[in-house]
Design a protein around this ligand. Structure first.
Ligand code: HEM
Length: 326
């Protein structure tokens, strides 16, 4: 983890998934939940302000880490010193003449459009307009999904050349929809008080998050399996290469997250919905918040592993190499 490229990729992935996840949370979870709270203006303003802070901070981090990723990649591709990356025209060449650079330009455009759209979306006063929601959700999904073109999912021909990037696109959007919405959920649960309106908001948000989570987990499993099939593809590639072993750790952590989420969904969420007395409701909310924080932490480790995976030769390649030299 001390490789600057891996650290930069990890920060960029986390920031990107947070930008997209916070947008999804705002549109699909927080807005309906706040409406269900019966219009407590102060609480609603507080939650909206917190969501706006995460969205803006994540967007700024996305730009900074994206810039660093471009500079480091340019240096690695061209072999020039860091000081010469800017003086010679290597940066322009990488931007205009490589797939990574073109993807970078497109994604930079998406960030600029998102920043413009964040103004009305996140403003506490502005009336909500449906077209703004649709546009921001589409831009956020594109920002997360287009990371696929900066990794191992591109470069193949034929059917794989279409199916692999498409699956990775969906993988990234689903990752944002689950891991990227956990932090906003934890903050919303923390901001809610113990009064009736707060509990109603927390309850609606938890129920909607739960439904959202089931869909995302299913998509992650399907598209993650497609990624694994293309990039590892055999048991030895999973068990005998660094790439494969890292991937197995990632899948194990994913299963731990699913176990925590299943407990929340099957045990805590129904309790909250039944609302058996305020004392137990407060306890349930606290446990949900703690579990969401645990899931955020595991999600962060998964993202760090993915950041390393992308810089390692995929399992199938490593295994072919190993056999070649025996
Ligand atoms: C919490 C759940 C998960 C998160 C947050 C997550 C996140 C990610 C991210 C951000 C990428 C990078 C995409 C890219 O660079 O193009 C990725 C790639 C990948 N994921 Fe997942 N993923 C999750 C679950 C899974 C599961 C369950 C599997 C397997 C069944 C899986 C298998 C893969 C593989 C093989 C790759 C390709 C890595 C590479 O570029 O070499 N993921 N994932």
């Amino acid at each position: 983890m001390n490789d600057p490229l891996i650290v930069t990729r990890a920060v960029h992935f986390a920031a990107t998934l947070s930008v997209a996840g916070t947008v999804f949370f705002q549109v699909f979870i927080a807005a309906p939940a706040l409406r269900s709270g019966g219009g407590d203006a102060a609480l609603s303003r507080n939650i909206r302000r917190q969501l706006a802070s995460i969205a803006w901070i994540a967007l700024v981090l996305c730009v900074i880490s994206g810039g660093a990723w471009l500079v480091i990649t340019t240096q690695v591709m061209s072999g020039v010193d860091l000081s010469n990356v800017f003086s010679e025209d290597v940066l322009g060449t990488v931007l205009l003449q490589t797939g990574f650079g073109q993807d970078w330009i497109a994604r930079f455009g998406l960030v600029v459009l998102l920043a413009i759209m964040f103004v009305p979306l996140l403003s506490p006063r502005q009336p909500r307009l449906a077209w703004i929601d649709v546009a921001v959700v589409a831009l956020a999904a594109a920002l997360a999904g287009s990371l696929a073109w900066a990794g191992h999912a591109v470069g193949a021909e034929g059917i794989e050349g279409v199916v692999h990037p498409a699956a990775d696109f969906v993988h990234l959007v689903a990752a944002a929809a689950w891991v990227g919405t956990l932090l906003p959920l934890a903050l919303l649960l923390a901001a809610s008080g113990h009064d009736g309106a707060s509990v109603a908001i927390a309850r609606t948000a938890t129920m909607r998050f739960s439904t959202f989570g089931v869909g995302s987990v299913a998509m992650l499993m399907i598209t993650g399996s497609i990624n694994t099939w293309y990039l590892a593809g055999s048991v030895p590639a999973l068990t005998e290469t660094t790439y494969g072993r890292l991937l197995l750790v990632k899948i194990a952590l994913f299963l731990v997250m699913v176990a925590v989420a299943a407990f929340n969904r099957l045990h805590l969420t129904p309790r909250l919905v039944r609302g058996a007395g305020s004392a137990s409701t407060v306890g349930t909310l606290q446990r949900l918040r703690r579990n969401a924080t645990v899931e955020v932490a595991i999600g962060a480790v998964i993202i760090a592993i993915v950041a390393a995976l992308g810089t390692n030769p995929p399992g199938f390649e490593a295994i072919v190499h190993a056999h070649h030299y025996h």
